[in-house]
Design a protein. Structure first.
Length: 320
């Protein structure tokens, strides 16, 4: 499990992997992949209980990418967390490759093939219910897109999750406000999401979806049995407010980057921008380490003073 401070750096490296993958493949769902990176980083590198060496462990936490078109981020998170060699990412989109444009169970760590929107949460409800009936304390996480909420099956699953009191189920909405045809609210308005899901009987958390530290702290708090009173035995919804194309300024908040090929020039420009961000992250981590060292030094000095005072008191006691 990674430290909270290291998550932003991992997310930045995954963004670089995505840009390289899409450029080599000649296209991909880059905008939504970049927006969801921090969510995947918080889950796979901090909050989820999973073992890449034993992907079929029944006690594992399960993850379902319902917005299956953003598979590039998923592949990169799996590779960097140890499910398959990162070099395999070079095969994405190539003839004969197992790294398809949507998830398949041919890849270790993938729970179900997705792509037809609205199917992830219904399956997640079934998985969470099965785990509870089998006496397992694991959790099921389902990541959906905001445009996906136009699918009626999502709301059927929302009713079922609350009906069965599945507090081991965590649904996450990558709320970047854009879909392939433009603004989500122009296509099918999804405002007041929190109130909608609460009315269905869900516990709702609203968080910065591009802050892996805040996400990890939120996910860590959502465990079976963690709710009390009116919040007991409720499934959990995390509204993760993200930016489409996050991390690459010329892609951010533009629907045209939902699916697009990146030129070599655009690739190099994006990588340079992400590298600049990594330098800032490293500088911040260095400052934190320096502050910790100063605190440790101060504590050591206090310990020496206390030890000295104790020794002096002992000598005085001996004389009396």
């Amino acid at each position: 499990m990674e430290t909270i401070e290291s998550l932003s750096r991992i997310a930045a490296e995954i963004r670089k992997d995505i840009v390289r993958m899409v450029t080599r493949a000649g296209g991909g769902h880059i905008g939504g992949s970049l927006s969801s990176v921090d969510i995947l980083t918080a889950l796979f590198f901090r909050s989820m209980r999973h073992d890449p060496a034993n992907p079929g462990d029944p006690s594992r936490d399960k993850f379902i990418l319902s917005k299956g078109h953003s598979v590039e981020a998923y592949y990169c998170a799996l590779a960097r967390s140890g499910y398959f060699p990162p070099a395999k990412l070079l095969e994405y989109g190539k003839f004969g490759s197992e790294l398809y444009g949507h998830p398949t169970r041919k890849i270790p760590g993938i729970e179900m093939p997705t792509g037809a929107l609205g199917h992830g949460l219904p399956v997640g409800v079934g998985v969470a219910l099965a785990d509870r009936r089998d006496g397992r304390d694991c959790r099921t996480f389902v990541l959906m897109g905001d445009g996906e909420l136009a699918e009626g099956s999502v709301w059927e699953a929302a009713m079922a999750g609350a009906h069965y009191g599945l507090d081991n189920l965590v649904a996450i909405i990558d709320y970047n406000g854009l879909q392939i045809s433009g603004q989500v609210d122009s296509v099918m308005r999804s405002s007041d999401l929190g109130e909608k899901w609460r009315s269905f009987g869900w516990d709702v958390i609203d968080v910065d979806g591009n802050d892996p530290e805040a996400l990890a702290l939120s996910f860590d708090s959502l465990r079976p049995g963690s709710g009390t009173g009116a919040q007991a035995f409720r499934p959990h919804l995390v509204i993760a407010r993200t930016t489409k194309g996050k991390g690459v300024s010329f892609m951010e908040n533009l629907a045209i980057w939902h699916h697009r090929a990146t030129s070599q020039y655009e690739c190099e420009k994006a990588l340079a921008e992400i590298d600049s961000g990594i330098a800032e992250i490293d500088s911040g981590i260095a400052e934190i380490d320096s502050s910790i060292a100063e605190i440790d030094s101060s504590i050591a000095g206090i310990d020496v003073e206390i030890a000295g005072a104790g020794a002096a008191g002992g000598r005085k006691g001996g004389v009396s």
